[in-house]
Design a protein around this ligand. Sequence first.
Ligand SMILES: Cc1cc2nc3c(=O)[nH]c(=O)nc-3n(C[C@H](O)[C@H](O)[C@H](O)COP(=O)(O)O)c2cc1C
Length: 188
Amino acid sequence: MKRKIGSQNVLYPMPVTIVAMLVNGKVNFLNVAHVGILNARAPHFISLGMGKRHYSNIGIRENKTFSVNILSQDQMVEADYVGLVTGSTTDKSQVFETFFGELKTAPIIQNCPVSMECRLHDTYELETHDVFIGEIVATYVDDAVLVDGKIDLSKVKPLLFDISSMKYWSLGQPAGDCWKEGKQYKKS
Ligand SMILES: Cc1cc2nc3c(=O)[nH]c(=O)nc-3n(C[C@H](O)[C@H](O)[C@H](O)COP(=O)(O)O)c2cc1C
């Protein structure tokens, strides 16, 4: 039997991202798991659901730039830390080494497998959250996770987030081929 459990968002696991921006001229980071892909072709847009009280939102509004970084499992402690403390009272600027790319005001994490440099495209205001929509202007990938020019997830080892268990999860093995497995379907 399938049980009704009310109106809960169960769209998990989500990839953990570390979003980086400048706030009042200083680098700040926060952990954002509520991210979304809005389209699959360039220009690429992604969304971030960020609580209005976060210090980071000030910087994204101010500079209209930010980066979205995917960390490996071995960076879990740092990833969790920037999601535990606020930049309004704690200087998080030294937690990760950063560099600046095309947009000049979006700090990008140096020592992580994958980063996307974004320009703020739009902001959708919910009662409790700002939904920042960013256009990806450049993507940076560590050579060590590229195989034949493509990102190999088994090398990235991304952190996944589940709100139900309140745990970080890791990827398992590939389950099948997209746009291929369905060809085996037989009407029963
Ligand atoms: C695993 C994890 C996932 C999180 N996901 C989000 C999220 O999707 N949206 C959000 O607004 N806050 C999220 N947070 C909370 C913020 O990262 C956290 O409140 C952070 O300290 C805010 O930093 P700031 O005040 O410097 O901006 C998450 C925290 C953790 C640990």
